[in-house]
Design a binder for this molecule. Structure first.
Ligand code: IPM
Ligand code: MG
Length: 368
């Protein structure tokens, strides 16, 4: 009897529908070769849900996502919804899904694929292969926030006016559970873990540091070190190949993963997995946004989404073979010279062929 997985697909906005279509086609082809059946159910979230129902994350979407075995998401947001009230922004859908599904760990692997070395803006990047483990349901993204009117003045007499605030707050429990994921992951890799924080300024960061150094005693084989986030931003450029696992807070992880996207040449190549309690559905999405400027033009790089589908197979279902099949097919497709415009550079990739989203998906399927 073949195995069956129910996958909730949330295409979202901008290039989201194109890249998730590509990823699902690849996933269907890859799983059918391994006697696995996937059933997909399309759900609305983000701007698409605002247009249809007036809210970014309808109950139906969250219920159906919870009811699935895993969720594949494209991207949400776009200029069309820039003026909706803050609590109804498309991004709220993503945050609501992450917290609603309890997905506290976001794994963002960063690798340079063979043939894409030239896409990196770094002169001699070396063999880049690290993972950012980003805390995903806490910190300033979910801390107490608000806005109020103040009658006070600044010391130079300037009227304060309105005051807006967001809070970086973390509990020991929240920090320890993500640290454990990071240490365990380091054990399966090159056994190096870097905690990135701002412990020279933030109390919350100092707690991360204390807990991480405590936990490091349970992992004597893991070479554990710490970096301030500003310094890390610099070290990622100067010695990217030396990193193995980076663990950090929600906000720092968000920022550093975009930097990592550029280091490997294109953010369009990077997948991610968001996971929580074992047995609950994880959410798999590329780290890039909805790229409204190229939406609907068959220009988007679907590889971040395709590789996210591979991560789903591995992380969620333990289907290592399917995941490896997909990743190998992506490598072959790149080796054959096909490039979406984000990874094709004049003067460097002149012997490669410009391809659209659909052509890449087709080639990956043929290369399975
Ligand atoms: C990401 C994105 C989101 C985030 C946005 C769209 C809310 O930038 O997944 O990195 O900040 O987490
Ligand atoms: Mg981001």
């Amino acid at each position: 009897m073949s195995k069956k997985y129910n996958i909730a697909v949330i295409p979202g906005d901008g290039i989201g529908p194109e890249i998730t279509t590509a990823a699902i086609e690849v996933l269907e082809a890859a799983t059918s070769k391994r006697d696995i059946e996937i059933f997909t159910k399309e759900l609305k979230a983000g701007g698409a849900a605002i247009d249809a129902y007036g809210i970014p994350l309808p109950q139906e979407t969250i219920f159906a996502a919870k009811d699935s075995d895993a969720v594949l998401l494209g991207a949400v947001g776009g200029p069309k919804w820039d003026n909706v009230e803050p609590e109804n922004r498309p991004e709220k859908a993503l945050l609501g899904l992450r917290s609603g599904l309890g997905l506290y760990a976001n794994l963002r692997p960063v690798v340079v694929f063979d043939g894409l070395e030239a896409a990196s803006p770094l002169k001699d990047p070396g063999k880049i292969d690290f993972v950012i483990v980003r805390e995903l349901t806490g910190g300033i993204y979910f801390g107490k926030n608000g806005m109020y009117q103040s009658g006070d003045r600044l010391s130079d007499g300037t009227v304060k006016g309105k005051i807006a605030f967001d809070t970086e707050s973390y509990s020991e429990g929240e920090i320890n559970r993500i640290l454990k994921i990071a240490f365990d992951l380091a054990m399966k890799r090159r056994k190096k873990l870097t905690l990135v924080d701002k412990a020279n300024v933030l109390i919350s960061s100092r707690m991360w540091r204390t807990l991480a150094s405590q936990m490091s005693f349970d992992y004597p084989e893991v070479e554990f070190d710490t970096l301030y986030v500003d310094n890390c931003a610099m070290q990622l450029i100067s010695r990217p190949a030396s990193f193995d696992v980076i663990v950090t807070s929600n906000l720092f992880g968000d920022i550093l993963s975009d930097e990592a996207g550029q280091i490997v040449g294109s953010i369009g190549m990077l997948p991610s997995a968001s996971v929580g309690t074992p047995g609950t559905p994880g959410l798999f999405e590329p780290i890039h946004g909805s790229a409204p400027d190229i939406a609907g033009q068959n220009k988007a790089n679907p590889m971040g989404s395709i590789l996210s589908a591979a991560m789903m197979m591995r992380t969620m279902f333990g289907e290592e073979e399917v995941a490896a099949d997909i990743e190998n097919a992506v490598r072959k497709t790149l080796a054959s010279g096909l490039r979406t415009s984000d990874i094709k550079f004049v003067g460097v990739d002149d012997n490669t062929t410009l391809a659209g989203t659909k052509e890449i998906a087709k080639a990956v399927i043929e290369n399975l």
